[in-house]
Design a protein around this ligand. Structure first.
Ligand code: DX5
Ligand code: ZN
Length: 212
């Protein structure tokens, strides 16, 4: 079995030709597509919404990993589920009633993920870890592609793996931000399950198959 799956982020795709960008992902052998939703409030940038997810769902059969960098995520779970998300990940920092949102995602038949920004410790997730299907560790402050990975955040991957082992939890551990040929080995060694890559994947520079 492979050590991890690659989830290329269409944040760095060619927006004039998303179909071509999705073909590039499919041809690479990556089984997931990471879809960054930004609202200009929780993060300073704005990307796109449900209509784009719905459109690309029609032409792509890969796993849709939707990363909601938005305030009030509870208001948009249902529409992203209907648009075709398979995994829906919201930010710990953008919500209060985490259990309720996870239940909401599960009730729609989707996998539920929670994400932490670099300043949030793993310990903040203590009460929620038994219920989630995925924990997304941000290794940059969310909002933009092409930023530099903060090395200290990589330790959170190993911490989450240790907690999962200790309590027999089932979540996948994902990492997002600043993954390139210099940093990818550190997250694989830490025990990551899903690697998100935007700029280095679409520039064609990322080499990952040799680490599988
Ligand atoms: C950043 C996004 C990331 C982004 C990563 O806020 O959540 O998914 O696409 O881009 P790179 O791989 O360029 O850091
Ligand atoms: Zn992301």
């Amino acid at each position: 079995m492979s050590k991890f799956v690659l989830a290329p982020s269409i944040l760095s795709a060619d927006y004039t030709n998303l179909a071509k960008s999705l073909s590039i992902i499919e041809e690479s052998g990556a089984p997931w597509v990471h879809i960054d939703i930004m609202d200009g409030s929780f993060v300073p940038n704005i990307t796109f919404g449900q209509p784009v997810v719905e459109a690309i769902r029609k032409i792509c059969g890969l796993n849709f990993d939707v990363h909601l960098m938005i305030d009030n995520p509870q208001n948009h779970i249902e529409t992203f589920a209907k648009a075709g998300a398979d995994w829906i990940t919201f930010h710990y920092e953008a919500a209060v009633h985490h259990h309720r949102i996870i239940q909401q995602i599960h009730s729609l038949g989707k996998k539920a993920g929670i994400c932490i920004v670099p300043s949030t410790p793993v310990s903040a997730l203590e009460e929620i870890l038994p219920y989630v299907d995925l924990v997304l560790v941000m290794t940059v402050n969310p909002g933009f592609g092409g930023q530099v990975l903060i090395p200290r955040c990589v330790e959170k991957i190993a911490q989450l793996a240790e907690i999962r082992e200790k309590y027999s939890y089932n979540y996948k551990i994902s990492v997002d931000g600043g993954i390139n040929n210099e940093t990818i080995k550190s997250v694989v060694d830490a025990g990551v399950d899903v690697i998100v890559s935007g700029s280095s994947f679409f520039s064609g520079s990322l080499k990952w198959e040799h680490l599988l």
